[in-house]
Design a protein around this ligand. Structure first.
Ligand code: SAM
Length: 208
């Protein structure tokens, strides 16, 4: 990745610290707050095309809700790696240590070689990245050509905005009109886009 200006680096570090603090406060009751989402995660993972033996990166894995489902998809010969910025969220994810490797890292600067992942699964991640362009580029860097990106949420955009008690804004990054051009400039080719009350799923493939 490009070496950022020191001012930009400091701003990035500040934004990461805010994100970390935000999720640190929510880690303890994260799983109990959303107990019924598992079938939606499973259905989304089934639609990614992930198969036995593959390498999947759960970017922003949080408490690890998706990790057992990702392990089930890749089987014992596959690799599941969960990465998250917030130690308190990752502490909870250690319950899934038998199913996945866990690493504390910033998804915009991953300690991974190029082209290692068959799939990047990012649930609830994209709207928390301080620089989504840099984040999507970095996720593309670690994905093999032809590999995939799944940006998922168990609620569609309108339902999520309603749950948070604010209106859906026209500049929402996850709207197709914003997301697809961004994907195209960061190394991805959009494949499909679903935004329904109980599913947000954007699938893209790593542009060769
Ligand atoms: C909305 S939560 C979703 C957690 C989990 N994927 C799930 O579906 O339950 C977003 C997660 O992304 C993590 N996160 C946000 N920005 C990140 C970054 N730049 N690098 C790594 N993790 C990040 C947060 O710490 C948080 O755990």
């Amino acid at each position: 990745m490009d070496i950022p200006h020191p001012g930009a680096r400091a701003a990035h570090a500040r934004e990461l610290a805010e994100t970390r603090a935000f999720f640190a406060r929510r880690a303890a009751d994260w799983d109990s707050k959303y107990p019924d989402d598992s079938p939606r995660y499973a259905a989304a993972i089934a639609d990614t095309g992930l198969t036995t033996g593959q390498f999947v990166l759960d970017a922003g894995c949080g408490t690890g809700r998706a990790l057992p489902l990702l392990r089930a998809a890749v089987g014992p010969t596959g690799t599941v790696l969960g990465v998250d910025l917030t130690p308190e969220m990752l502490d909870r994810a250690t319950a899934h240590r038998a199913e996945a490797f866990l690493v504390r890292a910033d998804c915009t600067r991953l300690p991974l070689p190029d082209a290692v992942a068959d799939l990047v699964f990012g649930a609830g991640l994209i709207s928390h990245l301080p620089d989504p362009t840099a984040g999507l580029r970095e996720l593309a860097r670690v994905t093999r050509p032809g590999g995939r990106l799944a940006l998922f949420h168990p609620l569609g955009r309108a339902a999520l905005a309603a749950r948070k008690g604010h209106p859906l804004t026209p500049d929402d990054l996850r709207a197709r009109a914003h997301l697809h051009p961004l994907l195209r400039t960061t190394g991805w080719t959009p494949l499909s886009y679903t935004d329904e009350p109980t599913r947000y799923l954007s699938l893209a493939t790593r542009t060769p």
